[in-house]
Design a protein around this ligand. Sequence first.
Ligand SMILES: NC(=O)c1ccc[n+]([C@@H]2O[C@H](COP(=O)([O-])OP(=O)(O)OC[C@H]3O[C@@H](n4cnc5c(N)ncnc54)[C@H](OP(=O)(O)O)[C@@H]3O)[C@@H](O)[C@H]2O)c1
Length: 302
Amino acid sequence: MEKPFILHMLTTAKNLSPFDVNMALDAGWVSAVPYINVEADEVQGLVQDAIFSRSKKGLKRTGIFIGGRDTKQAMDMLNIAKSSMVPPFEVPVFADPSGAFTTAAGMVAAAERELQNKFDTGLSGKNVLCLGGTGPVGQAAAVICAKAGANVRLVGRQLEKAQRIADICNEEFGNNKINILAGADGDKDQYLQEVDIVFATGAAGIQLLSSEQVAAAPQLKVAADVNAVPPAGIAGIDAFHDGTPIAGSNSGAVGIGALAIGNIKYQSQNRLLIKMRESDEPVYLHFEHAFQVAQDYVKETA
Ligand SMILES: NC(=O)c1ccc[n+]([C@@H]2O[C@H](COP(=O)([O-])OP(=O)(O)OC[C@H]3O[C@@H](n4cnc5c(N)ncnc54)[C@H](OP(=O)(O)O)[C@@H]3O)[C@@H](O)[C@H]2O)c1
């Protein structure tokens, strides 16, 4: 009898995300087993408990998913899981805390497509603002853009918090090879004077950019809003917008809404969950791999 595909799903939270459970089963995992309230120092024990119970053939049908709400914690847990493997006892691991890696990947890939299609340019050298950027989605988007060569400012209501998060992004996720700046929400009007791309990644139902602010951004090209709960995170962007001109933009900016982003996010997460099952070698997946598959999906559907 073939062994079933088992995905051990670890979260630091008190519940696993039902979204992630559905995604896992829909991607062909047969069993999605939750481990809740997991702390980083428990990861090695859990991983080694999983890997020693199956042969190499059985381990190809075994995987570990890392959820939770905290990006740094999830990346730390991914690294601990990787270093806990004892080859040939090794299984694939995928971190997507709060769905943030795949959401950010989908949003940035869609923005990159619009830059290319409508403005004949790319992310490199562009000025990017991540509004509400201190949450998991904003952090991942900031890092993906900075790694692609953009000048990124991560903005929150308090400069100190934004600076602390920007430092974590630069040091932990960018190996000090990127330089994401921090910004305060109160200085937004000043940042808008030079911005090319705006991402609204704040909490659900919070408007972070008004119509007046969109109109006052002289070189804004693309604005993307992940918030699906009214009011829109960016005034004038509908959840269904997908490269749609933003009414009132004086620079001819186009908007991308939450449902258009959600579609690419879904495809990216689905593909990575399938890649875990199908890959011959164990894979260790995070925001960079999410961005690659999101870019692939965007190109295929162009
Ligand atoms: N479209 C999709 O497929 C998809 C998938 C997943 C998530 N999402 C959406 O993506 C967004 C970001 O998710 P997340 O988990 O990263 O967000 P989050 O952690 O809940 O919030 C992000 C940031 O929003 C700011 N914020 C919170 N309350 C605020 C308020 N009252 N006024 C202004 N700013 C406020 C906070 O920053 P400061 O305290 O630093 O100001 C917070 O760090 C959410 O809207 C979520 O629903 C969309």
